[in-house]
Design a protein around this ligand. Structure first.
Ligand code: NDP
Length: 466
């Protein structure tokens, strides 16, 4: 049977674009790609990129305060012009969108700027009714914000909306305690909004190291976010031009805007997957094997739509590995076991890789090496903000099992820690590196004595009887 394409990709985000480009340019595959929105997907258009630019924008007051701490009399951030920023942001996103499109065009990928759905195991149907056949189909449609299911939630915003607001809200409620809630609460507060964060749990960032979660929670409070733990909205109602939020505990308050950051879900609805017998998981994610192949052999999926590790670089690696495997005769699997990530809060970021203390303790015995200190730069400027660095080390093999950093540019540091950890480095390997002084990162190679040992029954008992 002859097909129109060797590969048809549905979704022009990080994973889909990488797979299409590699299959076409490196391996000579005939590739078509459909994207219903802007090329680049969540990360480039509605996520990582604009978010990080907003984080930078939101730091001006803190930077001015630091400059004053260094003797710059009268240093002042001035007045933030949201419209001017948005204008520049739009231009930058258009530039990036062009770069993504240009990469595909240069690789001879046919771009279809419309929605596509599956018709059968080798055919996609475009919104204009056109049907195209392909030997392989890759689904890389990502995820969409999910709402909590409360009355009036349609009146709230989702993270996509934050980049296109006409004006910034005076008083805003952020709902949730995950990546997006913490980062946007930081941004909104930094841009001058009165910001309340309502999270149903007892410390933000569930899944991260417990000690670090407490530090992020405290930092949000320290920068002026009104963090309400154990708090959750029950309904939203319009009240004039504002929103009245009724909380589960019976209280009610008025906000100019409410932003839901209550998780994301795979965007599989309406793609024709169920009709074709493609197996889906509980959240609607496409169930795939280690080669990203679905239960229908011609259909593959990468990125957030598979709900494995929902991070852009993971989607890119999955897309690239798929192309290498299927078109390059170079079978490559993605190791999802050791993936670093960072939450871009300010002034300190939280960055992590590997096991948390809780997870490591269950495997025990583990030694915890931890350092908590006030970084020289902010201390001099008069800030009390503390940075924390932690290594979790297998007490028997000396292997470093986890690293958690709460500090300025922690994301930059964890990237470099990911290299030795991926190679199976021991604490002795870390110690063998001579420090670069004075830096924050030198703490990672100068922590000589464990702060505590966990998961060791014998030593726990000794402590108890001492
Ligand atoms: P997360 O899964 O990180 O957090 C969702 C939050 O919403 C949790 O605090 C959760 O609470 C809460 N929540 C979920 N359902 C409800 C509900 N019904 N009512 C009230 N609260 C609820 O999702 P995000 O939306 O923050 O981010 C989505 C994904 O995007 C992340 O998992 C991450 O993979 C990616 N991302 C990565 C970034 C980065 O790398 N820096 C930045 C932004 C996003 P609970 O903890 O109790 O379940």
């Amino acid at each position: 049977m002859t097909f129109d394409y060797d590969l048809f990709v549905i979704g022009g985000g990080s994973g889909g674009v990488r797979a299409a480009r590699i299959a076409a340019s490196e391996y000579g595959a005939r590739v078509g790609l459909a994207e219903e929105s802007r090329m680049g997907g969540t990360c480039v258009i509605r996520g990582c990129v604009p978010k990080k630019l907003m984080i930078f924008a939101s730091q001006a007051e803190a930077q001015a305060a630091e400059a004053r701490g260094y003797g710059w009399q009268g240093a002042d951030a001035g007045r933030f012009d949201w419209q001017a920023f948005r204008h520049k942001l739009d231009a930058e996103l258009t530039r990036l969108e062009g770069a993504y499109t240009g990469g595909l065009v240069a690789a001879d990928v046919d771009i279809h700027k419309q929605r596509a759905r599956l018709h059968d195991a080798h055919t996609v149907e475009l919104a204009d009714g056109q049907r195209l056949t392909a030997k392989h189909i890759l689904i890389a449609v990502g995820g969409r914000p999910s709402l909590p299911g409360i009355p009036g939630e349609e009146l709230g915003l989702i993270s996509d909306d934050l980049f296109t607001l006409e004006t910034l809200p005076g008083r805003v409620l952020v709902v949730g305690g995950g990546f997006i809630a913490c980062e946007f609460a930081t941004i909104l507060r930094g841009l001058g909004c009165e910001t309340v964060l309502a999270y149903r749990g007892d410390a933000v960032l569930r899944g991260f190291d417990g000690e670090m979660r407490r530090h992020v929670t405290e930092q949000l409070r320290a920068i002026g976010v009104d963090v309400r733990l154990g708090s959750n909205p029950a309904r939203l109602d319009r009240e004039g031009g504002a929103l009245r939020v009724g909380f589960e505990d019976g209280g009610a308050e008025v906000f100019d805007a409410v932003m839901f950051a209550t998780g994301r879900a795979p965007y599989t609805k309406g793609l024709g997957l169920e009709e074709l017998g493609v197996r889906l998981g509980r959240k609607g994610e496409i169930a795939v094997d280690e080669w990203s192949q679905s239960s229908v052999p011609s259909i593959y999926a990468v990125g957030d739509v598979t709900d494995r590790v929902n991070l852009t670089p993971v989607a890119i690696r999955e897309g690239h590995s798929f192309a290498d495997t299927v078109f390059g005769a170079k079978p490559r699997k993605v190791d999802h076991g050791l993936v670093a990530s960072a939450v871009y809060t300010r002034p300190h970021e939280l960055a992590s890789i590997g096991l948390t203390e809780d997870e490591a303790e269950k495997r025990g015995p583990v030694d915890i090496y931890a350092a908590s200190f006030r970084p020289m730069r902010s201390l001099f400027a008069g800030s009390d903000a503390r940075a924390v660095m932690k290594l979790i080390v297998d007490a028997e093999s000396d292997k470093v099992l986890g690293c958690h950093i709460f500090g300025p540019e922690a994301g930059e540091m964890i990237q470099m820690v990911a290299v030795p950890m991926g190679m199976g480095a021991t604490k002795a390997d870390f110690d063998a590196a001579i420090a670069v002084h004075p830096t924050l990162a030198e703490e990672l190679v100068t922590m000589r004595k464990p702060t505590r040992r966990l998961g060791d029954d014998k030593s726990d008992k000794q402590h108890a009887s001492a």
